[in-house]
Every structure is written in structure tokens, then in C-alpha cells.
Design a protein around this ligand. Structure first.
Ligand code: F6R
Length: 260
């Protein structure tokens, strides 16, 4: 696992955008796994700017969402498919038919979950998966004690997660209780995992995920099982890491030929 500690959210976003551009340049038909929430927004802004500057095209790229709320109308502004369209897809040249999300309105959630797994497999798997982390250690919306080998399925959000996400809704009551999320086992199959965390509220879950025991109590600790993980943090989110100096030293002396 590589831990990169940068000054603030904008530098984090720039580095992550650079990694995505690098991935798309190496593989024009890249499959990107996209997260929502606040953490990836600076990276999406940077990708839009880089696209406008002619630095990158997403014409052949496919995108799969990490998760989607259950119970919102498809055109609800907080439905994750709408969020990702607004923040990224509609602002670049990624064709809308290349944007995939779980079919939460199909009336048969278990079947929609199976179909989503099959879809990801049919695309050849995810090349680079963006991730955020919840204050309770969730990854995707795999809340505490999710099976470390779980697949795409419906999950119930914790009160903490619903309270954290209430800022996107008019009232806390409006936050859906259920989501469909890629499972931890599904996420682990992506070839490169990039976790973004910024701000002091993420310091404890980041420390638990990176330096704590591998345990379903902190679902994000499952990252420890993956051979290619990059954790990009700002100083505040790195605030509780015991080995922060070692990570900084490693980053400073990273061989120039080595990709993220
Ligand atoms: C969103 C997702 C969640 C968020 C996490 C952090 O698609 O899967 O795991 O990444 O809740 O959210 P923010 O970035 O808003 O703090």
C-alpha cells in the first residue's frame, strides 16, 4: 500500500486526476470505477479542466458506479447517477451509454445486483477504482461487519452515514436507508484502488484502515489485502497515522520510473 500525504484537498485532487489521465492514456478503453460524495470532487474538477485543455479524452472509456441509493427517483439530483453526470460525465466526452450503475429501479434488486457483477466482468473488470472512506470506516457502502468477500448487494446505511450524508438533502429524513453497493470482494477485483480522504473527520477511519487490524469492523481495512492500493490524503486526514513520517520519506524518494 502506498500512502501519499499532500497539503490539502486540491493537491489531492490534482494527483488523483493525474493518475486517472495516466491510466486512460495507457489504455484508451479503460474502465474507471467512480465514487461519489465530497472526497473525489476536486479530482473530477481537475479531470474536467484537463479535458477542456485537450489533455485527455474519455471517448472510449467506460465508467461504473461504486454504489447507488435505493428509493430515490431516477432524476433526483442526489441519485448517484445524476451526481456523477453533473460532476463529471456531462462535462467531458465520456458517452452516456458508457456510464453504468446498478439498476436499482428494476423491481428486482437481487437480480439487478447479479446483473451488475456480470456487467463489470463483461467489461473486463475495473482498471482504476476511486474510493472514499466513511467516518465509520465504510468502503463503498459496505458498512461495519460487511463480509470481507461480499459481492454487490443491498445494504442498510448506519445512522452515522445517514447523518453524514444529510448535508446533501433538505432534511436528514430524506436520506435513503438503503443502497446497492459493490461488495468488498467486488472492489478487491479492481486492478488499482485509489482511496481519497481529506479533512480531520477522516483521520480516525484512515488510521484504522491503513494501520489497524484487518477486520470487518473497519471495512476499509480490506484494502490491506490488495496488491495495488494508493491512499491519497491531505495533512488533516493523515493526522493519526503513526508511520506518517515513513510514508512522507517513501514518497519523497519514490523512483522516477515508478507509476502510482
Ligand atoms: C460514495 C461512497 C462512500 C463515500 C464515503 C465518503 O460513492 O461509496 O463510501 O466515499 O461515504 O464520503 P465523502 O467523500 O462525502 O466524505
Amino acid at each position: 500500500m502506498e500512502i501519499v500525504i499532500l497539503q490539502g484537498p486540491e493537491s489531492v485532487g490534482e494527483l488523483v486526476a493525474e493518475a486517472i489521465v495516466d491510466q486512460v492514456r495507457r489504455r484508451h478503453h479503460a474502465v474507471l470505477g467512480l465514487a461519489t460524495g465530497s472526497s473525489p470532487l476536486p479530482a473530477y474538477r481537475s479531470l474536467v479542466a484537463r479535458h477542456r485543455a485537450g489533455e485527455v479524452s474519455f471517448e472510449h472509456v467506460s465508467a461504473v458506479l461504486l454504489d447507488e441509493y435505493v428509493g430515490l427517483q431516477p432524476d433526483h439530483p442526489q441519485a448517484y447517477r445524476q451526481v456523477i453526470r453533473r460532476e463529471l460525465v456531462d462535462q467531458v466526452d465520456l458517452p452516456l451509454e458508457h456510464l453504468h450503475s446498478p439498476a436499482v429501479h428494476s423491481g428486482d434488486i437481487p437480480n439487478a445486483c447479479r446483473a451488475y457483477e456480470e456487467l463489470i466482468a463483461s467489461l473486463g473488470g475495473v482498471d482504476l477504482q476511486l474510493l472514499g472512506i466513511g467516518a465509520d470506516g465504510h468502503l463503498g457502502f459496505n458498512e461495519p461487519i460487511s463480509s470481507l468477500r461480499s459481492r454487490t448487494r443491498i445494504k442498510t446505511l448506519t445512522d452515522r452515514t445517514r447523518a453524514d450524508n444529510a448535508r446533501f438533502f433538505a432534511s436528514g429524513e430524506e436520506v435513503p436507508r438503503h443502497v446497492v453497493t459493490q461488495g468488498l470482494g467486488t472492489i478487491l477485483e479492481a486492478r488499482h484502488l485509489v482511496l481519497i480522504a481529506t479533512g480531520e473527520a477522516k483521520a480516525a477511519p484512515v488510521a484504522a484502515a491503513v494501520e489497524g487490524p484487518l477486520a470487518s469492523r473497519c471495512p476499509a481495512s480490506v484494502l490491506q489485502l490488495h496488491p495495488h492500493v494508493t491512499v491519497v490524503l491531505d495533512e488533516e486526514a493523515a493526522g493519526r497515522l503513526e508511520l506518517a513520517d515513513y510514508y512522507r520519506e517513501t514518497w519523497r524518494h519514490k523512483p522516477a520510473w515508478q507509476h502510482l
